[in-house]
Design a protein around this ligand. Structure first.
Ligand code: FAD
Length: 289
């Protein structure tokens, strides 16, 4: 097979690049989610990108040759200059990720194409220009990925910004980045984390901290909301300067925009009803769920 080490393609007027990458390592994050590490087959750096951008990952599934899905780039651009690359892929029981998890192995070569998207570009520019002091990230399940990338980038670039992550999952078993998130807290002291487990009713905040953070709440920087959904008051009560903060929301469509049939609000409506200006809210929608 001839490897397309790097190929320039134009998609919708935008210049993007295709690379062939070899899978070097696969790490289980949860029962349904895995981190994949790759290396460019040509040992050249990958394209330039900013945290928050996505790639298309191509893969031949048993159902479709040359199928692809979009994935947020998990590795910070500050950590991929040697041609390494990182994605975190969660299976939602569909027709791509379950096959990728089942069939992809270290040593296999896959094609990625990118960079795509502008998620968090505006916020990054505002921070770099000294116009933004507070970021609030609201991520559900695999929606944590662009924020993990952003925090590593903030650490490496010494960004002058307070970052609050509200990380939503159903249960502790769904918590992606169990190993990575404590590291992010240690490396970026201006990071605060609120874990929200919507279906954990019989556990205390301390038990969560003991189990996920080895009993260390990093000087009170880790908090938990249990057995219910995050409400706007939870954000207002914890985020100093919430009314001048920039908000990034990432996850499934219902988490972001609510469910019209059930009449439930998503995070956008909660923020807007709480008084956050729409121009300070940005979304990255991963799927219909
Ligand atoms: C810009 C962008 C970035 C993305 N980044 C990531 C990422 O970093 N990591 C990741 O795991 N996924 C990411 N996704 C979702 C990813 O493309 C796949 O849809 C996901 O891996 C599920 O694959 P699947 O084959 O199980 O389901 P699919 O065949 O893709 O979809 C099956 C069903 O599940 C729903 N669904 C798919 N993904 C989600 C989701 N995340 N939440 C709720 N419902 C969903 C679909 O709408 C559909 O109804 C991203 C999507 C987009 C558009």
């Amino acid at each position: 097979m001839e490897l397309r080490r790097v190929r320039e393609v134009v998609q919708g007027g935008q210049k993007v690049y295709q690379y062939d990458l070899v899978i070097t390592e696969i790490i289980d994050e949860t029962e349904l989610a895995k981190t994949y590490f790759f290396k460019n087959v040509s040992d050249m750096p990958i394209f330039d990108y900013h945290p928050g951008q996505d790639v298309k990952l191509y893969f031949d599934t048993p159902l479709k040759r040359g199928d692809f899905r979009f994935y947020s780039i998990a590795g910070s651009p500050t950590r991929t200059r040697d041609g390494t690359f990182e994605l975190m892929i969660k299976s939602e029981g569909g027709t791509f990720a379950p096959y990728f998890h089942q069939l992809a192995r270290p040593g296999d070569i896959v094609t990625i194409e990118g960079p795509y998207g502008r998620f968090m570009k505006k916020a990054l520019q505002m921070i770099e220009e000294g116009r933004l002091k507070t970021l609030v990230f609201l991520g559900a399940s695999s929606g944590i990925v662009p924020f993990k990338c952003f925090v590593d980038y903030s650490t490496d670039k010494g960004l002058e910004v307070d970052v609050y992550i509200f990380y939503v999952n159903r249960t502790r078993r769904d918590f992606i980045y169990k190993r990575t998130i404590p590291r992010l807290l240690d490396e970026f002291p201006r990071l605060r984390l609120v874990v929200n487990f919507t279906r954990e009713h019989d556990v205390s905040r301390q038990e969560i901290i003991d189990e996920l953070f080895l009993g260390d709440d990093r000087g009170g920087r880790v908090d938990a909301i249990l057995g219910r959904h995050v409400m706007f008051d939870d954000i207002r009560d914890r985020v100093a300067g919430w009314d001048s903060a920039y908000y990034g929301i990432c996850g499934g469509a219902k988490f972001i925009a609510g469910d019209k049939e059930r009449g439930t609000d998503g995070m956008i409506q909660k923020l807007e009803k709480g008084g956050v200006t729409r121009s300070m809210i940005e979304i990255d929608s991963f799927g219909t769920g």
